[in-house]
Design a protein around this ligand. Sequence first.
Ligand code: NAP
Length: 288
Amino acid sequence: MSAELIKGSEISKQIKEELKVEIANLKEKHNIIPGLATVLVGDNEASKVYVGAKEKACKELGIYSERIDLPGNTSETELLSLIDKLNNNPKIHGILVQLPLPKGINETNVLYAIDPSKDVDGFHPVNVGKMMLGEPCFLPCTPNGILELLRRTNTETNGADVVVVGRSNIVGKPIANMLVQKKGGNATVTICHTGTKDLASHTRRADILIVAVGKPKAITGDMVKEGVVVIDVGVNRLESGLCGDVDFDSVKEKAKAITPVPGGVGPMTIVMLMKNTVQSAKMHGGII
Ligand code: NAP
């Protein structure tokens, strides 16, 4: 078997087209322009690329974007004061502080300072708690993008055995939580991590395998069963180029479907951020 590719690059384009229509309607019928503020502190090269990609997506879709670049020696107090201003700025519906922040700034304090109604990254504990309870909230972008990939490829999660490898707060824990909810997931979910005994005995049971470990090619063909659907979240920069956390060549021979790296989960993360910003603009505008 050679797997079908789950092309996040194409699915994200479809979602962008849907968003363009929604954004044009919001402007025409309600005079609302969704606005996103991106805050970058310091000069981390990877962060600059991520923020640039988010700005570009805003422009493409007609979302107002405000980019604030601060020097690496910015104090936590200065950053908190900026967040306070953005919380109170009616043109801004979403606030994204690019992580990681320079040493000396407490990330938790900064993330907690963002108004939960503008927390389009879905990292504020109010949104994390609501997600856990299955209540409407901003869902974190990468896991929400994974759900969207599963939905739009008609991958059945109801009753499926899902194995998530990795338990980070931004990918592993939230995607496991979202898939275990009765509504929208209803899967039987196992979460694996470095404390897991015999990882392969778990991954081999998976109907859907989601891997977010940050280790190149950590999952190999002998660790999966025939017909599995594989979502590879990993982005590893090797001399030979980008690669995922899954050994694509050996796993694709057994999988029914698999996300490529690049062009799989990555483009979905950005488009889900845009979707959350539009949703926030609608909420702030009293439309939903
Ligand atoms: P992270 O915070 O580094 O967490 C990695 C998790 O994997 C940890 O829970 C760790 O277990 C577990 N782990 C590491 N090695 C393992 C192994 N050999 N066996 C089992 N579990 C293992 O990672 P993250 O932030 O979730 O990111 C993971 C990957 O996804 C990275 O490559 C990152 O660049 C990528 N990523 C991509 C996107 C995107 O938009 N495409 C978004 C976010 C992240 P312990 O908890 O026991 O340490």
